[in-house]
Ligand binder design. Structure first.
Ligand code: G3I
Length: 398
């Protein structure tokens, strides 16, 4: 892997003002950049050829990626997926639509392929995701729509689905995303009354899902996972709603162990890292683990194939936003993993979902590491060489 001056990585911080940071933040970043420059001599860094996972291991953080079958089945891709990451998430392979395409007929091939890959590469697994309104099997959505599956039967089917899947992989999954994306993006935010599960099964589906998953694998860490809950919306409205809700779950004795902050950013909106860190600290103050579960940073590009950013400022904002998300993760000891949602632009959900956007990942369309990769490597290199990032910045709990 080519070597890179730490100065280049630190320069990404200069984008703070350009992407919505305050002057004070820019000043802090600029002094951070100087400190980094002083930390090495000669322009090269001692961790220049170290993998992300080897550096992250040294500071007690798991670094991960979502994986698609292509990541495992293409030898050159698998070499990167296996060597850079210490935790992997099936991008689609454990979703209900994939594992039970016809009622009672299971297809575990994608999920098993990922579990075997992870085992071979000494990686942990984030199971994703048990209850979500999206990627449900057609037999289920059709049955509910035409009334052949009643509310009570839907709850039974969800119970059966969770028990079957979690039991199958019992002891092999580190963290399960039990419930995914249940809150509105409005201000104030709330449990979405139009969510497919809330409409058809009722809000009890959420505590029930956690209880069923816990019964099937008592050692798995059970997460609630959502987007816009790390201050991305500028108001923290969704964070506030999720925070109150998980507090209620905990008070009711529901076995929830963590909150997953997805971390899908877009350079066009501007972003400040401070709320992300504060929100993670607040979740941690409830006694929960936290994780960044789906980090990526999209921007406008020339076309979906080459994915060259059309705005030069994005070239600064992209690595800066990755780097700052990782720094927040490093600063909160209860944050146990930092996962990118796919590692290469060659296989990204972004161009298909956001017209005109792409360049969201840390490797380019030719599987070459981008500035964002080196920004993450640099932060992990500094942290693993003693930079005081992984410290408590709030009053310890009793
Ligand atoms: O496998 C079929 C293929 O046979 C077919 O030819 C093709 C035609 O469109 O579709 C393929 O399925 C696609 C599937 O990804 C596998 O690539 C679906 O259309 C496509 O909708 C699906 O998108 C997934 C998306 O969730 C669905 O909402 C993305 O891969 C996946 O990365 C994305 O992941 C979600 C997380 O689970 C939750 N958080 C947001 C995140 C990004 O949307």
């Amino acid at each position: 892997m080519r070597r890179r001056s730490v100065l280049a990585a630190a320069g990404a911080g200069a984008a703070a003002l350009l992407v919505g940071g305050t002057r004070a933040e820019a000043a802090t970043l600029s002094s951070t950049a100087s400190a980094k420059a002083a930390a090495v001599s000669g322009g090269d860094v001692p961790w220049a050829s170290a993998s992300l996972r080897s550096l992250a291991d040294r500071v007690g953080l798991r670094i991960g990626s979502a994986l698609y079958p292509q990541d495992i089945e293409t030898a050159s891709w698998a070499a990167i997926a296996g060597s850079q990451f210490s935790v992997v998430t099936p991008a689609n392979g454990m979703k209900w639509q994939i594992v039970e395409p016809a009622q009672g007929t299971y297809d575990w091939s994608q999920a098993d392929e990922l579990v075997n890959f992870a085992h071979k590469n000494n990686q942990l697994i984030r199971g994703h995701c048990l209850i979500w309104h999206n990627q449900l099997p057609t037999w289920l959505t059709t049955g509910v729509a035409n009334g052949s599956i009643t509310k009570a039967q839907l709850m039974d089917l969800a119970h059966q689905h969770i028990t079957t899947e979690v039991s199958r992989y019992k002891g092999k999954i580190w963290q399960w995303d039990v419930c995914n994306e249940f809150f509105t993006d409005s201000n104030p935010s709330q449990l979405d009354p139009n969510n497919w599960w809330i409409v058809n099964a009722g809000p009890e589906i959420i505590p029930n899902a956690f209880k069923w998953a816990h019964a099937a694998d008592p050692n798995a860490l059970l997460f609630f996972n959502d987007y816009n809950i790390g201050g991305e919306d500028g108001t923290n409205a969704k964070f506030n709603a999720v925070y109150s809700y998980v507090q209620q779950l905990l008070s009711a004795g529901v076995p929830i162990h963590g909150v997953g902050i997805q971390g899908h950013l877009d350079t066009q909106y501007g972003w400040s890292p401070t709320p992300l860190r504060q929100d993670m600290e607040k979740f941690a103050s409830l006694g929960l683990k936290v994780a960044i579960t789906e980090a990526d940073v999209r921007t406008f590009v020339n076309n979906p194939t080459a994915q060259v950013p059309t705005d030069n400022l994005a070239l600064f904002a992209h690595p800066y936003e990755y780097e700052e998300m990782l720094k927040a993760a490093l600063a909160v000891p209860e944050c146990i993993s930092f996962t990118v949602w796919g590692w290469t632009d060659a296989n990204s959900w972004v161009p298909g979902s956001f017209s005109g956007e792409g360049y969201a990942d840390i490797y380019d369309v030719n599987q070459q590491p981008k500035a964002a990769y080196y920004a993450l490597q640099s932060e992990l290199g500094l942290a693993s060489n003693g930079a005081p990032y992984r410290v408590k910045s709030y009053t310890p709990r009793s």
